[in-house]
Design a protein. Structure first.
Length: 225
């Protein structure tokens, strides 16, 4: 994607939703405008020396470069609290691992979706619900983390319905599950180091800006497996 700056009339929820919908962005639900202040607050939840533009993974089938900044932008759009940012970064790394076969997950006609299991100290610190109603409504961390992952799949991986996503039966956002204390499994999220990528800003006539949720695409393509 280019570094073009786009003008918005205002930052009202209706304007942002309409603007995103016209470009095929978002999941159809209201979005939180990803202003620089909100994105920076989300990035601040990462370790202090973390490079916001380090490529964490390359997500298929679009081969979009997923950076911490892209994770933060889509986390803000989804309404995530900053405390869940480390979970989303680990999930973004895991989505790019070849064992997951993200191309198959995103492009299949079968109704599948990733499952994210959160455990350890972060589950309690970020406010995840591991008890009754863990898969139901009413908990911000559980609900918005799964939505943020779906937005990453839409905006960075390019898994948009009727395009890369060929499912005839719709699926929900990736599920966020939290094991009860003592039942957790060891977290695995391998890291990859690739070149940093720029992001695109959207500015309004009132000088406030919001980040675009999409990521640059790698110029190369992997041989199909």
């Amino acid at each position: 994607m280019s570094d073009e700056l786009l003008d918005l009339a205002d930052e009202s929820p209706e304007t942002v939703l309409e603007y995103f919908a016209e470009r095929g962005w978002g999941d159809g639900l209201p979005l939180v405008p990803p202003t620089p202040e909100r994105v920076n607050a989300m990035l601040a939840a990462c370790s202090g020396d973390a490079d916001p533009d380090e490529v964490l993974s390359v997500l298929e089938p679009r081969f979009g470069e997923c950076t911490r900044r892209m994770v933060a932008v889509n986390a803000v759009l989804a309404g995530c609290p900053p405390e869940v940012m480390p979970v989303l970064v680990a999930a973004a790394r895991a989505l790019g691992q070849p064992e997951l076969n993200l191309r198959g997950v995103n492009a299949t006609t079968h109704p599948v979706a990733p499952l994210l299991i959160v455990h350890g100290e972060i589950a309690e610190r970020a406010g995840f619900n591991s008890g009754l109603g863990a898969f139901g409504p009413g908990n911000r961390a559980n609900a918005t983390t799964g939505r943020a992952l779906r937005l990453l799949l839409l905006h960075v991986a390019g898994a948009r319905p009727r395009r890369a996503n060929r499912r005839s039966t719709p699926t929900a956002s990736p599920r966020t599950s939290v094991p009860r204390r003592g039942r957790g499994t060891r977290e695995r999220a391998a890291s990859t180091r690739r070149r940093p990528s720029p992001s695109t800003a959207v500015r309004t006539p009132t000088t406030s800006t919001t980040w675009s949720p999409t990521a640059p695409v790698r110029s190369w393509r992997r041989r199909r497996r």
